[in-house]
Design a protein around this ligand. Structure first.
Ligand code: MN
Length: 713
């Protein structure tokens, strides 16, 4: 069993004494809380966190990571809480262990392969800090090394998950040894027979392979020496899963897999050019196999792997695969991102290292800039897919959504009808509000009810374009319907008030004249225009009154007049032309506010802010969608209240801050109560943007406690 002193011995080579103490403290803590627990192997539970920490110290991780390795199962498997960990070991460690706990609660199991990529992304997204992922991978390696103690059905389940999810993640981070070990361990349980057979064959051929390897190594080494290129030549059997995959993909037998041995030239020099020189030596020695040369130095792989690959016809006419790279490329190829997790206090990253990290981060879609190595080491956040969240369907499929998506977005992603009929949602088996924002790893279930309809309010919180357009279509159709009903209602009433009957005029010549007057096609158009409040019922009736009795009709508003009506307010409202518009006095909307229109009887549309309490009390049937469409700037009155310390000259101080924006103050009022002054202003502003700028300027004033927009002074 690994001992704490083994870990500390390795750690003291690169960590300061006080951090070693913290590691020791974490060891004691872990031993205490896991006391009495045993692994399926019969060993004390503590062996597991110790092995995980051992791998992390071998990778020369920072102390917070090693401590998190020791504590990674404490929240999940003991009574320990995150708060306790924070108290004992600080925020950083608590953050890592908390993240590991969340990760341990999701499992992919034996989902279909097509889901694997989404699942990998989910894990990346949940590993808010790359160190969480590294501990998770070490955890998985130890669990795989001891998988034989699991029940057979669990073995295959865990092995599949390892093969489909964790090995590719290790690969993505460029940590080759982890990827190979995870693959071989998983392979052993997924295809035990193939694994055994391959294992036996590789073992059997070992002696002759060794002889052959030494021979080829010697030839290459001597040729390099002749031109004074210094380096090391390695030759070793590929990992079993790698051989197996090759046999499968290329449909060849074991005997045909010539490159069971991979040769590798690792050059002392750190100059790329030397690699190409070594390559030309190899190609002069043996004939290259056409089409097998790959230049991953000029074109690194996505995980930033760099190397030259070639295949040649070797001394016995066999195919030999050779990789050529510098020492630092090799370091990266083996350890990936972990290679750079070093305490390099006092020394800046060398340019090429910096570049490598940059490229890796790009590959991982990390957006932030690295400013210094310390920041990189202690603070590297894997903001991998900052704009996406990954959630489970009830069947365990993973779906991705833009950040901020809600259960309604989820419902529409399944089917339009599921969206329309969605009445509620459960997340992780508890009911949530429809505007709940989905979190990574949530399991989402939609509750539907036949005949249920979408609500216009949903448009305020859905984020996917699919949900938005589906809801909008429904709402538009619905509004058209209700405007027809409303218009018909208004017309019938207005006709009745004038002792006429609307229905008798439906097919009359007069009505056709009215239609052409307003350039409308059908009667329905006219009715819905009335319903939308664009034409008043009175205007329509007047046509018929004029026909009945030659009385001076209220002139139908002619184009010129109508056009001048709206612009007098300095705005027009999209979707509604030529209609009388007024601003509600209760809430005084200004451009930038979310607004709604209310069709008043005969007074056109009154615009309220959507938050206005008055609007809530009005007849919902008559509320229509309106939007700002500011073509020329106008100033609008806004009531504001500033709370500040009562002192001489406060009103001057605040008003001059306002006036510095060249804004008119149309009224100012002060109320004082012990030491506090409430200043009420009415100011004329262009829009919310300007208002916000004024607000932040006022907030800067030392005397100001708070500032708010109020509905009326
Ligand atoms: Mn564990």
């Amino acid at each position: 069993m690994l001992r704490i002193n083994d870990i500390l011995d390795k750690a003291q080579a690169y960590l300061p004494a006080e951090e070693l103490e913290m590691i020791q403290k974490a060891y004691i803590y872990s031993a205490t809380v896991h006391q009495g627990q045993v692994r399926l192997s019969g060993e004390p539970y503590l062996t597991h966190p110790m092995e995980v920490a051992g791998m992390l110290v071998d990778m020369k991780m920072d102390s917070a990571t090693i401590i998190s390795g020791l504590l990674h199962d404490t929240i999940e498997d003991t009574l320990t809480t995150r708060e306790q960990i924070e108290q004992e070991f600080g925020k950083d460690v608590a953050f890592l262990v908390g993240g590991l706990t969340k990760l341990s609660r999701i499992s992919f199991g034996s989902q279909e392969e097509r889901q694997a990529e989404n699942f990998r992304k989910m894990i990346l997204a949940m590993s808010a800090d790359i160190r969480i992922l590294l501990v998770r991978l070490a955890d998985r390696i130890h669990n795989m090394r001891t998988l034989q103690y699991q029940k057979p059905d669990r073995r295959e389940y865990i092995a599949r998950e390892t093969m489909d999810v964790y090995a590719p993640l290790a690969n993505r981070l460029g940590i080759n040894w982890m990827k190979m070990e995870l693959e071989d361990l998983a392979f052993q349980y997924i295809s035990p027979e193939a694994y055994q057979e391959l294992d036996t064959r590789v073992a059997k051929s070992q002696e002759s392979r060794n002889r052959y390897t030494e021979e080829v190594k010697g030839i290459i080494f001597r040729e390099l020496e002749k031109v004074s290129i210094r380096g090391e030549v390695e030759g070793r059997a590929k990992h079993l899963y790698g051989i197996y995959k090759k046999m499968h993909e290329q449909r060849i037998n074991f005997d045909e897999v010539y490159d069971v041995i991979a040769f590798r030239i690792i050059l002392e020099s750190d100059i790329d050019k030397t690699c190409y020189e070594a390559l030309s030596i190899v190609h002069a020695l043996w004939k290259p196999v056409p089409g097998r040369f790959k230049d991953y130095i000029a074109m690194p792989k996505a995980n930033n792997y760099q190397s030259l690959h070639t295949a040649v016809i070797g001394p016995y006419g066999e195919r030999v695969e050779i990789q050529i790279r510098t020492r630092s490329m090799h370091e990266w190829a083996e350890k990936g991102i972990a290679a750079h997790w070093r305490y390099k206090e006092g020394r800046a990253f060398q340019d090429h290292e910096d570049n490598q990290i940059k490229k890796l981060r790009e590959a991982l879609e990390i957006q932030q800039e690295i400013k210094n190595p310390k920041e990189f080491m202690s603070n590297l956040k894997l903001a991998l897919f900052p704009e996406e969240v990954y959630v489970f369907t009830p069947h365990g499929d993973v779906k991705s959504f833009p950040k901020g998506a809600t259960p309604v977005d989820f419902a529409y992603s399944i089917h339009t009808d599921v969206g329309h009929q969605c009445t509620g949602a459960k997340v992780n088996r508890s009911i949530v509000p429809l505007r709940y924002q989905l979190q990574n790893g949530d399991q989402v279930e939609i509750i539907t009810q036949a005949g249920h309809h979408p609500s216009k309010d949903w448009l305020k919180f859905v984020v996917t374009s699919r949900a938005i357009s589906k809801i909008r279509n429904w709402v538009n159709a619905e509004e058209k319907n209700s405007s027809l009903t409303l218009g018909k209602d208004l017309l019938e009433k207005e006709f009745r008030r004038n002792n006429l009957k609307f229905s008798t005029y439906l097919k009359s010549d007069e009505i056709r004249k009215v239609l052409s007057e307003y350039s409308l096609q059908t009667l329905d158009d006219l009715i819905s225009q009335v319903g939308y409040g664009r034409i008043s019922a009175k205007q329509v009736v007047n046509h018929f009154l004029a026909a009945e009795a030659p009385k001076e009709p209220e002139a139908p508003p002619d184009k010129a007049k109508k056009k001048s009506a709206a612009p007098s307010l300095g705005i027009s409202l999209t979707g509604i032309d030529d209609v009388m518009v007024k601003f509600a006095k209760c809430c005084n909307p200004i451009p930038g506010d979310e607004i709604a229109g209310y069709i008043s009887r005969g007074r056109g549309i009154v615009v309220h802010t959507q938050k206005c309490p008055h609007l809530q009390r009005l007849d919902a049937e008559r509320i229509v969608d309106v939007n700002w469409d500011v073509r020329e700037k106008h100033a609008y009155p806004v009531h504001i209240k500033v709370v500040c310390t009562d002192r001489k000259g406060v009103i001057t101080e605040v008003s001059s801050a306002i006036s510095s924006f060249d804004v008119n103050i149309s009224s100012a009022r002060v109320e004082t109560t012990d030491m506090i002054a409430n200043l009420m202003f009415v100011i004329d502003v262009y829009d919310t943007q300007q208002l916000n700028a004024i607000f932040s300027a006022i907030r800067q004033l030392k005397i100001v406690h708070s500032i708010e927009r109020i509905s009326k002074g």
